[in-house]
Structures are given as structure tokens and as C-alpha cells.
Write a new protein. Structure first.
Length: 235
């Protein structure tokens, strides 16, 4: 995978800074800090940085690595045949991208990864993840098990978005999405991971139509919006 970037720091300079973060990720769950330190070189790991708005991975680009978020936020994006941009999901610190593509042995990714903020990522070679190293380390088997869980989790997220998009009306889509984010808790404030334009891209609708629907739902007492990305379900 070729990732365009203006800055790349050596792995050894950043290892200690991020080991505590990696040990809490789903991909490295159950693997100790000492074991992660030992296996990073085996995985061909690199740390790379991107400025806000840059594509970490472009749709249609060859992909042979996993990308783990170390700093910042990114969007998973997709483009249709007419060049319209859609948001498929959101990645925060500790999240992983590329697993479904590389595990399916697809030559290219149909999804892209776009930096929502200045972003730093850890890139590890997929083939080195699924191939047991020469030392036959026990934690490598655990890493492969974790990767399967990551793939399953992402498949569930895709199924949830499909449920949202198959709702009949924009109000239904918005209501279903808000309920899923809030875990259906009423009168509790929660934050969504998208600004209005990004939410419109996620719901695949016009931003003006989305803003009108939100205003109507507020006026009808269905929801409250204390801040732009904060909502409360009222009924």
C-alpha cells in the first residue's frame, strides 16, 4: 500500500509513546506491552502522519496493510460512478481500517480513508499478521484471533448502516440513526461523530433537507439539539 504523506517518523522513535494505546485496541487485545514491542518489527510496522483532508487510502488503491488510528479522526468514504462522496463510517483513536479488504484478498479497496483532522496512524503488513513468524510466538496466534473479531465487528457496523439506509423516509433514517447512537436512551444527551454535512453524506441525503427535518423534529418535541453534534431524544 502506498500512502502519500509529507512526514514519516521512524517506528522506534514512537513505540514507547503509543504502546499503552495499542494494548487497549481490539486488534492487540490480550497481548502485553512487552509482546507488542517485540512484534512490531516482525509486522513491518510504520508510523505515518497526514494533514486534515488528505486521503490516507484512496478508493481503488492497492491495499495490503492494516491501518490503526493513533491520533486524530478519519472518515471511511466511498464514491459512486458519478463521483458523489458518501461517508460509510467514522474511525477514532484505536480503530482499525482495511481488515475486510485484505482478509477478502481483494486487490484494491472500494473504500477510502480520509483524515477528518490531522492524523497519525500505524500501518502493519497484513501478510505478516496472518503468517506466523519464525520464532512461532504465542501472541501471534492471539493477534490472528483478534483480527477475526475486528472483521466481524466491522461487518456488524456495515449491517447497521444498511438498516439505517433502508428506512423509507429521511425522518425514519435520522430517527433510526439517532436511536442507534443513543442506545435508545431517552432524555440523555449524546454526541454523534458527524457534523451536519458529514451526517448528510452518511444518510445519503441533501444537507438542506436534513437541516429542515432536524428543525421539524425539534419543533415537534421529538428531539433537542443543545449543540451542533449533540442530541437528546425526547420521545
Amino acid at each position: 500500500m502506498e500512502i502519500i504523506t509529507a512526514k514519516e517518523r521512524t517506528l522506534h522513535a514512537l513505540t514507547d509513546e503509543y504502546l499503552g494505546l495499542l494494548v487497549d485496541t481490539e486488534l492487540f487485545s490480550g497481548i502485553s506491552i512487552q509482546e507488542i514491542r517485540a512484534m512490531l518489527a516482525c509486522l513491518g510496522a510504520q508510523v505515518k502522519t497526514f494533514e486534515k483532508g488528505n486521503l490516507l487510502v484512496s478508493p481503488g488503491q492497492p491495499l495490503d496493510s492494516l491501518v490503526i488510528m493513533l491520533e486524530g479522526q478519519s472518515h471511511i468514504v466511498q464514491y459512486d460512478l458519478d463521483g458523489n462522496r458518501f461517508i460509510r463510517g467514522d474511525l477514532a483513536i484505536g480503530d482499525c481500517f482495511g481488515d475486510t479488504t485484505v482478509c477478502a484478498r481483494q486487490k484494491t479497496s472500494d473504500l477510502g480513508l480520509e483524515a477528518r483532522t490531522d492524523t497519525k496512524v500505524l500501518v502493519v503488513k497484513y501478510q505478516r499478521v496472518v503468517t506466523t513468524c519464525s520464532s512461532a510466538c504465542q501472541f501471534h496466534a492471539r493477534l490472528i484471533q483478534n483480527l477475526l473479531k475486528v472483521v466481524a465487528t466491522h461487518n456488524n457496523h456495515q449491517a447497521q448502516q444498511l438498516e439505517v439506509l433502508t428506512q423509507k423516509t429521511l425522518r425514519d433514517k435520522l430517527w433510526y440513526f439517532l436511536r442507534s447512537i443513543s442506545h435508545d436512551e431517552r432524555d440523555s444527551e449524546f454526541e454523534i461523530p458527524f457534523a451536519r454535512e458529514e451526517l448528510a453524506a452518511y444518510l445519503r441525503c441533501d444537507r438542506s433537507a436534513l437541516s429542515r427535518e432536524i428543525s421539524n423534529m425539534v419543533a415537534e418535541g421529538l428531539i433537542k439539539t443543545p449543540r451542533r453534534q449533540t442530541f437528546i431524544l425526547c420521545s
